[in-house]
Design a protein around this ligand. Structure first.
Ligand code: NAD
Length: 255
């Protein structure tokens, strides 16, 4: 592909974008941002995604909502098959479904460790593998995985979560190494605290104020800032970016 042959507005006109975890939070903002840029959306989430559906449809785009659990192989296969049946292909996958259960190392139970890995790392891998197989057949695509600053630096009580996110950052490098030649781009985004509804609830307090003082930019992020980066990474303008981890952290991981 000619590297100058891209839409300078990073449009996603007519693209078929599968977003996991799009019922809420960062995934929801990302699905809506893609719809604003002209994409049709497939949402895969444990929960119904009515708000996301309304917002996508307000943009005049199609919305396919699939409820499913990313820890279940049959749900992943069913979601990808249903999406391909409806839209013919998947152009973009955004792996956003994730959980975070924070405990001190000595208090992390086997269940917490396993559940965090099943959802965050194994779930993202299996969805990537399933969609990647289709992209190999259809001639390429873009994949963005939401990791975390906790996959880059150590943070108190983040051992299980941080290991899954570091694993995602490495998975992205591995997939890029093998798939770049097939016109597939796969990158990670690693945000700091993002003010989703849940983020507001957890961090709009004294501990949040103290944490902000450790961020060079002295603020947290907004879901739309992650969504905008995902839209860019999924655009042809970013076609030489592969296997990267883009931190959106106000400089937190610099030092
Ligand atoms: N919010 C932050 O501060 C922050 C910071 C860094 C990274 N992240 C990452 O961004 C992603 C989204 O986070 P968020 O804050 O928007 O979370 P959120 O809880 O608001 O949304 C996560 C979505 O994933 C879905 N989900 C959870 N488990 C699932 C499963 N087993 N199968 C299918 N769907 C499932 C949930 O139903 C929910 O809709 C996560 O991977 C998270 O680790 C978040």
């Amino acid at each position: 592909m000619d590297y100058r042959n891209f839409d300078i507005n990073f449009g996603a006109e007519g693209k078929k974008v599968l977003v996991t975890g799009a019922a809420e939070g960062i995934g929801q903002a990302t699905a809506i941002m893609f719809a604003r840029k002209g994409a049709d959306i497939i949402c895969f989430d444990l929960k119904e995604a009515e708000v996301t559906r309304n917002e996508v449809e307000k943009c005049g785009r199609e919305f396919l909502g699939i409820t499913g659990d990313i820890t279940k192989d049959e749900d992943i296969k069913n979601a990808v098959e249903t999406a391909v049946q409806k839209f013919g292909k998947i152009d973009v996958l955004i792996n956003c479904a994730g959980i975070g259960i924070l405990e001190k190392v000595e208090d992390v139970s086997d269940d917490i460790w396993q559940k965090t890995f099943d959802v965050n790392l194994t779930g993202s891998f299996k969805m990537t593998r399933e969609v990647g197989r289709r992209m190999l057949e259809s001639g390429g695509g873009k994949i963005v995985c939401i990791a975390s600053q906790a996959g880059v630096v150590a943070l108190d009580k983040h051992v299980a979560y941080g290991c899954t996110k570091a694993g995602i950052i490495q998975m992205v490098k591995q997939c890029a190494l093998e798939w770049a030649r097939y016109n597939i781009n796969i990158n990670a985004i690693s945000p700091t605290v993002i003010l989703t509804a849940l983020g507001e609830m957890n961090w709009n307090n004294a501990a949040g104020e103290a944490f902000k003082q450790t961020i060079p930019a002295r603020r947290f992020g907004y879901p739309e800032e992650v969504a905008a980066c995902a839209v860019y990474l999924a655009s042809d303008a970013a076609s030489l970016i592969n296997g990267a981890n883009i931190v959106i952290d106000g400089g937190f991981t610099i030092g």
